[in-house]
Design a protein around this ligand. Structure first.
Ligand code: CA
Length: 218
């Protein structure tokens, strides 16, 4: 799953990006509000980590414009500002949660899982339906009650498909959800990934719709 990290502090940004990638996220890092705006416009993010004090465009302005465009990507505000007004303002503008710096990385990951779950409409950590579910906490797939581990990319692929069971996602849409900037994507990367998933989940778990893309059963 891809996360957009918006942070102008070099030290915090670098260590967060590294920690996020270590936790299996594909992290794109931008250092000012305008770049955040254009990255959000490209889409494909599961979650946004947004600093408020940013060059060129304030974090609250980035958030306000994104929500005005109808962009519903979950936003977790990371801020050193401990003023009550800033927190209330960002929540009113459509932030899903906030975390005050400095914070423990484990808490950040837990809050990211929580905002993603809420967007998925799940009160607990399982998303999906019927025989095929994903556990957002353990990153396992649950097939008819049996659990199996997934790689970060397998998890991102299945999460994208399970957001709207039955809907077809194209190769480009899947690539956009799985790979961050600068990651090498071979032309058959999605096919290889899906081939491996079918061996794990059963041949019918992910259906190919010829010429259009892939879907899971509704
Ligand atoms: Ca800042």
């Amino acid at each position: 799953m891809r996360v957009l990290l918006v942070e102008d502090d070099e030290m915090i940004g670098r260590s967060l990006k590294q920690a996020l990638e270590g936790a299996g996220w594909s992290a794109d890092w931008v250092r000012d509000g305008e770049l955040a705006q254009s990255a959000l416009g490209d889409g494909g993010y599961t979650c946004v980590l947004l600093d408020l004090g940013l060059p060129k465009q304030d974090g609250t302005e980035v958030l306000r414009r994104a929500r005005e465009r109808g962009d519903a990507t979950p936003v977790l505000v990371l801020t050193a500002r401990d003023g009550l007004d800033d927190r209330i303002h960002s929540l009113d503008l459509g932030a899903d949660d906030y975390l005050l710096k400095p914070f423990e990385f484990r808490e950040l990951l837990a809050r990211m899982r929580a905002v993603v779950r809420r967007r998925d409409g799940a009160a607990h950590s399982l998303v999906g339906s019927g025989a095929l579910q994903l556990d957002l906490t353990t990153r396992e797939v649950v097939v008819n009650g049996a659990r199996d581990a997934l790689t970060a990319r397998e998890f991102a692929l299945l999460h994208a498909l399970l957001e709207r069971p039955g809907a077809i996602l194209s190769r480009e849409q899947l690539e956009n959800r799985i790979y961050g900037w600068g990651e090498e994507v071979t032309s058959n990367a999605i096919d290889v990934l899906i081939h491996g998933m079918r061996r794990k989940l059963g041949a019918d778990a992910i259906r190919n719709v010829r010429g259009l893309g892939w879907r899971v059963a509704a």
